[in-house]
Design a protein around this ligand. Structure first.
Ligand code: SF4
Length: 360
């Protein structure tokens, strides 16, 4: 039997039109579509059965032409710093993760856009496992819904920011990402400036994002200010050189009002040499980008270590002295492996060490 339309992956306009057509066919008033829409976006309903202001018959009639699937919790890990990581089972058994990061004034959700990742960055646990598949827009949005519901139940309030920094390269899955951005923004009311898409430098994706009218933010996962060094960390350098990536960022910047952040993971003795800091600062200055320095989070397949605090301080100071705004990001959730892809990496290392962890 053909599967129904995944209702969580429809943009508000698509949802209205699908629901209106559905209820019209059934001789139901137009406001039924509005009721369902409210249950989805405001009520965070788990299923059609929750939509209690619809007649029972109409709730049943939605299941068939439509499906509403949420991921199932595989595990929840709570860090002593308040960070909470959910590992989700998707319907086909794939595992993806999302992380809730509370700070003093806001709750940020980090979500995944792919199961695994094909970019192969050498500092990232997810990169070692390879790409398993793209997530659908519904699967991306469902991570937000399930996380928000969990946060409400736990008294942690509303998610204020969303960052696409979980598993996967979001711009390699624009088919899932772009509708998800629209849905999160227009449906769930998360401001575009509060949604950050993080990329390792997929040029066509950056250019596509620049064309969107909303002011979604972009973070470039840079980690190296020269092509030579970048090649050792991010194999994508061979497809899209640093110069090409910077060119795409200029287009993004010129599209107006769209802030760019550089993410730079500091790995001891690899990319934290003092002479690299001014080079990084110059790249950032050209784009009025903000620099986030992140001490490396060790991963199972590399013996690299995070830069020691005094080296991080020296690096940050050299950037600051060139007038570029910089912050050292406090590593969050280290005790629960909350860096990119690590929870899943630990899980597959235990369950399926060779085939899926990419370790030979
Ligand atoms: S850093 Fe991001 S793009 Fe690179 S392998 Fe990890 S998930 Fe993929």
């Amino acid at each position: 039997m053909e599967k129904g339309l995944d209702i969580l992956g429809l943009t508000p306009i698509e949802l209205d039109s699908e629901l209106e057509a559905h209820f019209q066919k059934r001789g139901q008033p137009k406001y039924r579509a509005h009721q369902v829409r409210e249950w989805i976006f405001d009520g965070l309903a788990l299923g059609f059965g929750d939509m209690t202001n619809l007649p029972v018959k109409e709730r049943h009639a939605l299941a068939g032409p439509f499906v509403m699937e949420e991921p199932v919790v595989a595990s929840i890990a709570r860090s002593k710093d308040g960070t909470v990581k959910h590992l989700w089972h998707l319907r086909d058994g794939e595992l993806v993760e999302s992380v809730l990061i509370p700070t003093e004034d806001r709750l940020t959700l980090c979500i995944s856009s792919q199961a695994g990742c094909g970019m192969g960055c050498t500092f990232c646990a997810t990169g070692f496992g390879g790409l398993r598949r793209n997530l659908t827009s519904a699967e991306i949005v469902a991570q937000y819904r399930a996380s928000q519901r969990w946060a409400f139940d736990e008294g942690k309030g509303r998610i204020g920011n969303i960052v696409f920094m979980g598993m996967g390269e979001p711009l390699a899955n624009r088919k899932g990402l772009f509708p998800a951005l629209t849905i999160l923004n227009q449906g769930y009311g998360v401001g575009a400036r509060r949604i950050t898409v993080s990329t390792v430098g997929l040029v066509p994706g950056i250019l596509d994002l620049a064309e969107r009218p909303e002011q979604f933010r972009l973070a470039l996962s840079l980690h190296a200010p020269t092509s030579e060094l970048r090649r050792t960390l991010i194999p994508l350098e061979d497809r899209y050189s640093l110069a090409e990536v910077l060119g795409a960022l200029r287009v993004f910047d010129e599209a107006g009002g769209k802030r760019i952040t550089f993410e730079y993971t500091l790995i001891n003795g690899v990319n934290d040499h003092e002479h690299l800091a001014p080079q990084l600062a110059d790249l950032a200055a050209g784009l009025q980008a903000f620099v986030n320095l992140i001490p490396f989070n060790p991963i199972p397949y590399q013996d690299w270590e995070p830069s020691p605090p005094d080296r991080v301080r020296t690096f940050a100071k050299a950037i600051e002295e060139r007038g570029v705004p910089v912050a050292v990001r406090e590593p969050r959730g280290r005790d629960i492996d909350a860096a990119c892809g690590q929870l899943r990496a630990s899980a597959i290392t235990e369950e399926e060490p060779q085939a899926d962890a990419g370790v030979t």
